[in-house]
Write a protein that binds this ligand. Sequence first.
Ligand SMILES: [Zn+2]
Length: 424
Amino acid sequence: MSVPSASKDRKIRARDVLARCDLLARFSEDTMGLRRTFLSPPMHNCHAEIAAWLKPLGIESKVDAVGNIRAFYPGIRPDSPRLLIGSHLDTVPEAGKYDGILGVVLAIALLEEMEGRRFPFAIEIVGFSEEEGVRFGVPFIGSRALVGRADDELLDLRDWNGISIREAIRQFGLDDRKISEAKLAGDTLGYLEFHIEQGPVLEKLNRPLAAVEAIVGQTRLALHFLGKANHAGTTPMGARHDALAGASEWMTFVESHANQIAGLAATVGSIEAKPGAANVIPGEVRITLDVRHKSDEVRSRAVRELAGRGAEIVNRRGLSLQWSTLLEQSAVPMDDLMTREIEAAIRNSGCEPHRMTSGAGHDAMILSERVPSAMMFLRSPGGISHDPAETVLLEDVEAAIEAGIQLLNRLADSKEFLGRTQRA
Ligand SMILES: [Zn+2]
């Protein structure tokens, strides 16, 4: 299949994409910064804009019962299977303009580039209503509805104003009894997500685009070091049970150990020492540990080794240590075939592809429970995200559009891709 002649110069198309991200950033709950949480009033404006962009393409959009905007671009035949392309439209507080939003706007730009040309698959665009977990403390509400996991327990969660997800859905003008209709269609071949990297890797390599091979697994632990508080002046150094000194010895081990294992990220992100006075030896320390890796085995082994060293340190120092698990999330590999096609498409578009893992969770992680899922990352200048300074380069957007078109062409030519049926 040949590349269609572009209706617009790619640079102009890329500029339009950025201008649309700017426009959507105006729809905010805060006057000073961008904040657009799940089913907040500005989400209505977002949906209206997107619907208006799709209309000239002859595409009607609808909003499903959990607030995801969905738009269907038919394939060659009425019974062509479908490919989902999407990302999320909600944001964190003090957000940038591109996290999530860029993926939705890029998907629309790809349809515009098609100029009505049809593929052996239909394309369904999804703008997820919720990914960041800001309003209800749990992420992925939008994508969970697609995989059939928007259950009663989820819908009964309440926000800080005591409003449940179910009530929020009704207040937005939607019908919570129709949530099951938001489920993925049975003819879905796969899910594709464009997203900014949100880290410094591509910038460091001087490459615009990457294929994501996996979303890392994560262990989050709470640790409690117990020693003995005592007078900082009268207790000789050899007679102390300093919980903070023990915790810090362990923390430096965490960092040096993680440095020795390729791809491992281990972080002590919070610390609280008690009683917390300049003249008292700390008797009690609470810290958290976050460990991530694309391999569950490597991550579990690292956690075991860190635990082993922790036990050795507290024994030697006459302390005790308690652990509790806050989160245990397995790594999610992306679909191998689609990831290879993304790499090839990036190469076809004239860029050197990079293959990497995502250290952050994404909707693709949830969709992959049901359908083959894959992601393409765009370089994040300065590695900055979840901040108003978050940005993306015009030439990288141009490269992503080109690679996106190449990818659709490649998938359209792939018997292996078209021959697959949805996982149960
Ligand atoms: Zn995101």
